[in-house]
Design a protein around this ligand. Sequence first.
Ligand code: SF4
Length: 361
Amino acid sequence: MKEDIKNLTLEEITQFLLSRGEKPYHAKQIALWIYRRNITDFAKMTDLSLKLRQALETNFSIQKLILKEEKISEIDSTRKFIFQLKDNYLIESVLIPNLNRLTACLSTQVGCKFGCIFCASGMRGFIRNLETGEIVDQLQSMMEEIKSFGQKVTNVVFMGMGEPLDNYENLIKAIKIINHPSGMNMGARKITISTSGLPEKILRLAQEKLQVELSVSLHATNDELRNALMPINKRYPLKELLSACKEYTSLTKRLITFEYLLIKEVNDRKENLRELSELLHGFKCKVNLILYNPFPGKEFKPSPIEKAILFQRGLQRKGIITTLRQSKGSDIEAACGQLRRVHAMQEDRANRDASLVGTPE
Ligand code: SF4
């Protein structure tokens, strides 16, 4: 199969052009056709020579994700999309409205190998990394879907299925395409990478000189609790993670946001509040408290709102910038991995029924 040209950054397209004796400026023209005019046929790139169009056709394809399902929340208008990949695996992406923002939440892997116990994405294990083009195309396809409503995506967050920093090269290439003026033209500061906390990759990211935002999922205030909620903590305990975060902040001069899911009677106790204040004491950061979004098969419940407000005020009193938000799209399984999981369960059921039909008595 020919390589998807969306897997190439503009610099890589330029290298291809130079290797064929073509002018480098054609890279911008090609990108504008693909990302702004949504062209999927090289023959339609009419400002390129016939020779170049044929060379592109010989070497590359322009892939599109197949939209399998779209769900809109009746509660908060969050829109969830299920896309089918070329090898038939399903991924999900979400559009989250919030005041004057519309944030696209993108997936970076099919499944996830990190197995956080509150998350639906890891429940069926890891299948594969998404290619760069598959990451970018989630954004492009969602933008196309909402264009007719006069809506525009204002922010991008890599917080869908998978651990973005575990698919590092493809993630960074996707960010470069999304950020490039001839690509999706989204400001780097409008792009957030959300990680479960891989210290080596956090330090590598600091060297990229990208102006993107970084948020780290903390969700626990001591190693014992974090080991239980997020197995990655056994490999990278809190001390190592927070030390990498401090170094990232000092190298990039950028604030890190710590995400903290509030789960009833798991991590919302008084001692958790005290431990969290101590962990983040003197750390230039923000904390984003999120009420847990429950889903079938997990016994966790969100903290009561009164408790969440107390938690927020307690952190604010310690001088820590803290926001509190509700998970969006609770009626459409919008938390990461949930809708794909429902699909997968339906497919399992269908396969089981089919095999029962085919089983001789
Ligand atoms: S929370 Fe993120 S890292 Fe953890 S299992 Fe889910 S997708 Fe993977």
